[in-house]
Design a protein around this ligand. Sequence first.
Ligand code: C5P
Length: 278
Amino acid sequence: MHRYFSPAKINLYLAVLGKREDGFHNLASLFQAVSLGDTLTYAFSKQDSLTSNDLSLDASSKNLIFRAAELFKKKTGLSFHLDVHLDKQIPKEGGLGGGSSNAATTLWALNELLDCKIPLEDLIDWSGELGSDVAFFFSNGTAYCTSRGEIVRPLPALSAHCTIVTPKYGVSTAQAFSLMDPSMYFSGDPEEVLQGFFNNKPCYFNNLENITFQIQAELASLKSSLLHAGFDTVLMTGSGSSFFCFGEGAISEIKDISVFQTQFLNRPDNSWYSALVF
Ligand code: C5P
C-alpha cells in the first residue's frame, strides 16, 4: 500500500482573456496549492478497483484517477491493475481542482512506484489530455498558468494562512465558461498583476465570479456574509463554488457551509506534496 497526499488549489487571481477556436478560454492565473487535500492509497492488484469514503464518487473508468492510470499505460506501454482508495476531503465542483489533483498525483505515484523515471516535462505534457488544471500540480505549488491553464511557469513559494469556505452545492466549470461574454474578459496586463503579488501589492480578482453569481444567486450573498463576518479578502476560486478568505472572520452563524483552515503548501524538488501536521 502506498499513500500519497493530493492537495487542493486556489486561484489567487484568474483573468479570462478570450475564447479560443477549440471552445476553451485563454486564461492567466496565479495558482497556489493549499494544505486541504485528499489521500490516495495505491496497491498493484489483479483487477482495477476504486473505493472511497465519499459514496457518491464515480468509481467507474471515467474517474480521473483511472483515466490518469490508463494514460500512463498508453504512454509507457506498461500493463498493470490498480487497487485505489481515495480518502476524499476536497469538495467536488468546488473550484479547488480535486479531480485534477488526483490525476496528477496518480501520474506522479505511478512514475515513482514503477521506477519509470519519466521526466517531469513529459508528465506535464501528457496531463493536458486529462484536464486544464492537472499540469499545475507538477509545479512546486505556486505557479503562473496560461493558455487553457496547462502552460505552467513555476514561481517562488508564497506563504499565508487562508480559510476556505464551500457551500453545499457545486458549480459546473463548463457552464460558467459557456456563459462568459467578451465584455467580461480581462483587458489589462496579467503579468503586471503577477508582479504585484511579489511586490507586496496583491490584487485578488476572478473574472468567473460574477457569472457564477448569476448561475447561483446564493453565492453572492455568501460572499457578502463572509465580508460582513470580518475577513479582509474574500474571493471565489476557479469557477466556484468555494471562496478563499484572508484575515479573521466570525462565521459560526453562517449556515450550510464547510470551513477548512489551510496553509499555502509547496513541495520540495523531487518529492510529492505532504500533508502538514498541525
Ligand atoms: O479542462 P477541464 O476539464 O477542467 O474543463 C472543463 C470545461 O471548462 C471545458 O470543457 C471547457 O468548457 C471549460 N474551460 C474553458 N477554458 C479553460 C478551461 C476550461 O472554457 N481554460
